[in-house]
Design a protein around this ligand. Structure first.
Ligand SMILES: Nc1ncnc2c1ncn2[C@@H]1O[C@H](COP(=O)(O)OP(=O)(O)O)[C@@H](O)[C@H]1O
Ligand SMILES: [Mg+2]
Length: 399
């Protein structure tokens, strides 16, 4: 004797068999759905979006009321409902189902095969989970969601209605699971890449920090040597050398603070440099007027800072005789994709200020060399009192 449900199911089956065009239409719709999911996966839809689309469209393609993605939680030997459609509130993201013979999904996972069960109540291979019972589910179909190595979980479609899931339906469900599996795998890979990138960034910061420390050691050794030097001039030269090393160390300090190592805010960097020089150059007061937000390539910023370092050293050395010698350093955006750095003192002026290019101390040679490297121009302005050096620098190296 067959039950009323089975009789109804037979009726539906025979209607489908009598009307092949209906079956054909459903297959066509299923093909369209797979294509749609494929495109959305290729276009890089987020995993959540794809999970939701998959359960919606899969349910549609199989005329079923329920569909869900069960994510395997190996440590608990259970699945969690990761995405779903048709279920009552509070199921998705919360409800767990046993991953053993407690569920058709567990059976699919253990057997490694797709599972169709058109009569859950008669099933001997596995038990019917409470979740399905509560929702009046009569039949279920499960396929494994394969990640690259381990399975991610199971894609399951469930229905209350009497008709049967068929072999062809498995092909459709497996197709949807394969697309989702690839997207899950891609997400895992992307996550690994993101983590690797974050590790690299931390490492790079750490490296900059260490380079800064090493350079600071070199700088202080030079200062010790300067203090030890018998000859005053040699001491001064060693001291100047220590400031050059410090200026480069400062760049690494700046880099280990920020996120980007290829570019930096040149204003902030010069500000920090001036702050240090203000403390180490006792005889004068280094003041700054800095425009922040001028972000340029790190090597250009370092070259700029080395120019500023020499200009400040000279101002301190030759133009800060009085008790309150002031050196003013400015950084600002200029016209036509340039920025302008100026260093002004209040000293007696250059000895022969008509031709400062002709003077060939190491400082001026360093200034000339970096000015050329930056494709910049330098101009000297005579004030009363004092001298101002104005360096106009392109924001970018010319191609
Ligand atoms: N701000 C300044 N005020 C007055 N004279 C300066 C100033 N900057 C540079 N000079 C003069 O230019 C010369 C060259 O400077 P530089 O090349 O740095 O060599 P150094 O500092 O070793 O003497 C200095 O010796 C000094 O006479
Ligand atoms: Mg000098």
């Amino acid at each position: 004797m067959s039950t009323p449900d089975e009789r109804e199911s037979e009726k539906v089956k025979s209607t489908q068999e009598c009307d092949p065009s209906q079956g054909l239409q459903q297959r066509i719709r299923q093909q369209e759905i797979l294509a749609e999911l494929g495109v959305s996966a290729l276009q890089g839809a987020s995993l959540d979006q794809l999970l939701n689309d998959t359960v919606q469209l899969t349910a549609q393609g199989l005329d079923a009321e329920f569909c869900k993605v069960l994510e395997l939680l190996p440590a608990e030997n259970s699945f969690i409902v990761r995405a779903g459609v048709g279920w009552s509130r509070g199921v998705v993201g919360v409800t767990k189902v046993g991953a053993d013979l407690d569920s058709p999904a567990g059976f699919a996972l253990r057997s490694g095969q797709p599972v169709i069960s058109n009569h859950l109540e008669k099933e001997t291979r596995f038990r019917t989970p409470e979740l399905l019972r509560q929702h009046g589910v009569r039949r279920a179909m499960n396929v494994i969601l394969q990640g690259d190595g381990k399975p991610y979980g199971v894609l399951e479609v469930d229905s209350r209605s009497p008709a049967d899931f068929r072999e062809q339906d498995i092909a459709f469900l497996q197709g949807a699971a394969n697309i989702l599996g690839m997207a899950i795998e891609r997400e895992r890979e992307e996550r690994k890449l993101r983590e690797a990138l974050a590790r690299n960034e931390t490492l790079l910061k750490e490296m900059n920090h260490r380079v800064k420390n090493s350079l600071a050691i070199v700088g202080s050794m030079l200062r010790l040597q300067a203090n030890d030097a018998e000859d005053e001039q040699a001491g001064e030269l060693l001291n100047e050398a220590s400031h050059r090393v410090d200026a480069i160390a400062k760049a690494h300090d700046q880099l280990s603070r920020g996120l980007d190592v290829e570019r930096m805010d040149v204003g902030k960097y010069i500000e920090a440099l001036c702050h240090d020089l203000d403390e180490s150059v006792a005889q004068c007061d280094v003041r700054t007027e800095i425009e922040e937000g001028i972000v340029i390539a790190t090597d250009r910023a370092v070259a700029t800072a080395l120019i500023v370092n020499e200009l400040i050293a000279n101002a301190a050395k030759y133009a800060c005789d009085g008790p309150a010698g002031v050196i003013t350093v400015k950084v600002a955006r200029g016209e036509g994709n340039r920025f302008v750095v100026s260093v002004r003192d209040e000293g007696a002026g250059m000895p022969d200020d008509s031709n400062f290019h002709g003077r060939k101390g190491l400082g001026m040679r360093i200034i000339a060399s970096f000015t050329r490297q930056l494709n910049a121009t330098i101009e000297m302005k005579k004030h009363d009192p004092g001298t101002e050096f104005i360096v106009s620098i392109p924001l970018q190296a010319s191609a």
